[in-house]
Design a binder for this molecule. Structure first.
Ligand SMILES: [Fe+2]
Ligand SMILES: [Fe+2]
Length: 470
């Protein structure tokens, strides 16, 4: 089905065929726009070179062009699927997927959708003021692209709430606009989404580590037996890939510039030369990685087991797993702290699903380290960046009340606190990074702390006018 852009809400779910739902979403729309105006990007623009989803098909789903951001067409798109999709896991494995929400899973499914939905506008709020210090128009455009798509992801979840969860769902959709990142009275649901994103190094780390958590959460919901949720998440994953690209290549470019300055001035201390020292980059990695690990929940979880057994939430790449997809007979190893040592413990596989997902995520994060270390190696810098131990700086799960060093050593609170500033961004680090954040809005120009990208967007050159400021 191709998308009719003359409709108020572009969609491929035949909204026009359900007047009641259409009206409900059309009445939510002004509230969304109002939220976007007050909580969305703070830098005023005339227009931005953005991609807009126009289809879900294999051959091209997005269209690029300059658009005024408040006129961006946020729509509702579900990936296409064959008619006979079957449940891939859990106790109803092999049965047809659900087109409606089974009464017994209503509360759980709604909760999963609300938690996912809450993260989408949260990141827009966290990144609201970043445009004021963009290192180039190219980066400014990428920030706005990520922002409008997180806005669309909110639409995706709100559509499900309105279409399938009745009055309760509509109330939750309203609440998604009322909670705000970092708000003392009504914060966002998950911790990492109440942290501020005060500078562009944080933004790149966030899009690398925290958007990547999103990829894994969406990957589990994509397996869901509730077909509309599955199809929604599948399409969101398409957009999500660009967000992680922004993070991966953003850190690439910071590391490349740092290495360049290190060589040029023959010093590790590139701060006085307008760069971000590798130690600081490492501390930002340590921080963003550890708060993102918290998003996976406790290593052992009966909730996760119940969601799996019921068919609500699968594993990463469920269909590629070579087991029975029911897991009642299987076991798995999870971390355990015992007698002052970090060891592992065998538990029923069903209880270890959060741990399983986190492991997939950790492997994926390793690929970034490899990549950034290759950048260093190619520049002739004999240093490496590493992921800290999974127990480092954790607030959720098994390690929440432990003090673990980045290399995985258990220690006392006092020992840990004494080293904290060499492991996590210190006030001095943050002040330095912030001091480098000065806007560069001239086409083709770039700030001194970051290298230019190797390619532009959609075949455009780096010096293209990606954004026209107001
Ligand atoms: Fe998203
Ligand atoms: Fe994202």
């Amino acid at each position: 089905m191709s998308i009719d852009y003359t409709e108020k809400i572009p969609n491929n779910v035949d909204l026009a065929g359900d007047r009641k739902l259409q009206r409900a979403l059309e009445s939510w729309q002004p509230n969304f726009l109002n939220w976007w105006k007050t909580m969305g990007p703070a830098v005023p623009t005339q227009d931005v070179y953005l991609r807009t989803a126009v289809d879900v098909g294999r051959e091209g789903w997005a269209q690029f062009g300059h658009v005024a951001m408040e006129e961006y067409r946020w729509g509702v798109f579900l990936a296409e699927r064959g008619d006979d999709r079957r449940i891939a896991f859990g106790e109803q494995k092999g049965e047809p997927v659900w087109q409606q929400v089974p009464g017994e899973y209503r509360a759980d499914l709604q909760r999963l959708i609300v938690i996912q939905g809450d993260t989408e506008p949260a990141s827009v709020e966290q990144q609201r003021r970043l445009g004021e210090t963009a290192p180039s128009l190219y980066d400014l455009r990428n920030l706005f692209q990520v922002n409008v798509e997180e806005g669309r992801h909110l639409w995706a979840m709100v559509y499900l709430l309105h279409a399938y969860f009745g009055r309760n769902g509509r109330e939750e959709a309203e609440a998604l606009l009322h909670r705000n990142s970092g708000d003392l009275d009504s914060p966002r649901i998950l911790g990492a989404f109440n942290e501020e994103t005060p500078d562009w190094l944080s933004f790149f780390m966030f899009t690398y580590f925290t958007d990547r958590d999103g990829k894994y959460q969406l990957g589990t919901l994509k397996e869901s037996a509730f077909d509309p949720l599955s199809r929604t998440c599948e399409f969101m994953l398409k957009e999500e890939a660009h967000h992680m690209f922004v993070g991966t290549t953003g850190v690439d470019r910071v590391v490349a510039r740092t290495a360049e300055l290190m060589r040029e001035h023959d010093t590790d201390d590139v701060g006085p030369h307008g760069g971000i020292p590798l130690d600081v980059i490492q501390r930002y990695i340590n921080f963003h990685y550890s708060v993102s690990l918290d998003l996976f929940g406790s290593e052992q979880s009966t909730n996760a087991a119940n969601y799996f057994t019921a068919g609500l939430k699968g594993r990463w790449q469920e269909e590629r797993r070579r087991d029975d997809h029911v897991l009642t007979e299987d076991s798995a190893y999870v971390d355990l702290v015992k007698d002052g040592e970090i060891t592992t413990n065998e538990v029923p596989a069903l209880l270890a699903l959060n741990h399983d997902l986190r492991n997939e995520y950790v492997k994926d994060c390793q690929s970034g380290m490899k990549r950034w270390n290759r950048v260093l190696e190619n520049a002739g810098v004999d240093r490496t960046l590493t992921l800290p131990h999974v127990g480092f700086n954790r607030d959720v799960g098994l390690f929440a009340d432990q003090y673990v060093s980045p290399s995985g050593q258990l220690m006392t609170k006092e020992q840990w606190e004494a080293k904290k500033d060499s492991w996590l961004p210190s006030e001095v680090d943050k002040t330095h990074v912030r001091s480098l954040m000065r806007p560069v809005y001239e086409p083709g120009k770039i700030a001194g702390w970051i290298a230019p990208p190797s390619n532009g967007i959609n075949g455009q050159p780096f010096d293209y006018e990606y954004v026209h400021l107001a």
